[in-house]
Design a protein around this ligand. Structure first.
Ligand code: GTP
Ligand code: MG
Length: 371
């Protein structure tokens, strides 16, 4: 969207020019309907209207699959690993299942056995990588489930086979459907005597997730995090789904990643847990992430080991931002320190202007003179 006029932009996103002008006016930017929108104005409008505006030049914030099909040189594209989010009702065994996949012991170390953060791990199966995102099932963590659904290529809905569909299973089903991602159902706790996979299938089928063996298109896989049964089959299914998706990205590009968690850690400063969406992130890269910026000081992988870089779809923790970024925001690497500083500063100014504008009230009648 270079050279787009106010009225064209309005039309493109189903708004009136007055709505567009009003938003900018509140932020102290005066435009009329024939003016060309500047990049920062486009960014603000995107945020305000909750739509994705792709700003080409300054951010290289590119959605390769859709937006730039024509213009991108795909010669350096390679297949990238899938990002798989595990969702389901509290205590249905999401973390245990991931532990089994990684052969570690996270679930038993969690406070009250309840996941309270989004955790992510990259594993290798048959020489192929898969990144997993573990989300909390407790009802209090709805926002995290939504976030999980946003970074993912494939969603695994875990349903305990002895317990069936519960409140957060329902919620997860609607996230999964809304995301448009392929869904795999893992019926967990199959080792239990009371396990009833047909009940799970029937409940899910009622919600339009019909098993393949019932003539539908959703894979249901019986697993046990406890014994490990079915886990290989689940992983193989993930890899098949991933192949069908033909996930591609460019490892030679400047990194673009999504922040899935961020916090201030004693002695380390702001840390961001990220998943790389495109390119390769390296120590020393200049990065900007919403209103924060910096230079990558260190990267650790999901085992806490120091690594030099994170490749396509890989997850890890990044040190070096000057402040804690918002979860869900994009972290982008750029050529120079000046670029990342400028963008972060501009965004911070917008954020401040937006805060201020909340107290300003201008009616559309007052605005009409400007249109
Ligand atoms: P939240 O993160 O709080 O939503 O829970 P979760 O879905 O991650 O469940 P978690 O892995 O913490 O497991 C909950 C309980 O179920 C624990 O006591 C596990 O030991 C038990 N459990 C998990 N998987 C299995 C299984 O396959 N068989 C049996 N018998 N128990 C299991
Ligand atoms: Mg858990």
């Amino acid at each position: 969207p270079e050279d787009i006029r106010v009225y064209e932009f309005a039309e493109a996103c189903g708004k009136t020019p007055a709505e567009v002008i009003t938003v900018l006016f509140h932020l102290g930017m005066m435009v009329t309907k024939n003016d060309f929108l500047k990049q920062d104005e486009l960014e603000i409008l995107g945020e305000e209207f909750g739509i994705e505006v792709t700003v080409k030049d300054a951010l290289e914030d590119v959605n390769y699959e859709e937006t730039y099909d024509e213009e991108i040189d795909k010669s350096s594209f390679v297949t990238r690993p899938p990002v798989v989010t595990i969702m389901g009702h509290v205590d249905h065994g999401k973390t245990s299942l991931l532990d089994r996949i990684r052969s570690s012991k996270v679930a038993s170390g969690e406070a009250g056995g309840i996941t309270q953060h989004i955790n992510s791990y990259t594993i290798t199966k048959n020489g192929q990588k898969i990144t997993f995102v573990d989300t909390p099932g407790h009802e209090a963590f709805s926002a995290m489930r939504t976030r999980g659904a946003n970074v993912t290529d494939i969603i695994i809905i875990v349903v305990a086979a002895d317990d069936g569909v519960k409140a957060q299973t329902e919620e997860v089903i609607s996230h999964a459907k809304a995301s448009g991602c392929p869904i795999i159902v893992a019926m967990n706790k199959m080792d239990k005597e009371s396990a009833n996979p047909d009940m799970v299938k029937a409940q899910m089928a009622e919600r339009n997730l019909t098993p393949v063996d019932w003539g539908g298109d959703i894979e249901f896989i019986g697993v046990s995090a406890r014994t490990g049964d079915g886990v290989d089959e689940l992983l193989e299914n993930i890899l098949i789904q991933a192949e069908l998706l033909e996930l591609q990205a460019d490892p030679t590009a400047k990194a673009k990643a999504t922040v899935i968690e961020a916090s201030l850690e004693k002695g380390r400063g702001p840390v961001a847990n990220i998943i790389v969406q495109n390119g390769t992130l390296r120590v020393g890269d200049n990065i900007v992430c919403d209103t924060t910026f910096g230079r990558v000081k260190a990267i650790t992988n999901d085992m806490g080991e120091i690594v030099k870089e994170l490749g396509l779809s890989e997850t890890g923790t990044v040190l070096g931002l000057n402040e804690v970024p918002t979860t869900g925001s994009s972290l982008v690497a750029m050529d120079s320190e000046k670029e990342v500083r400028d963008i972060a500063t501009t965004r911070a100014e917008h954020a401040r202007a937006k805060e201020l504008s909340k107290s300003t009230k201008v009616s559309l009648e007052e605005m009409s003179g400007l249109i």
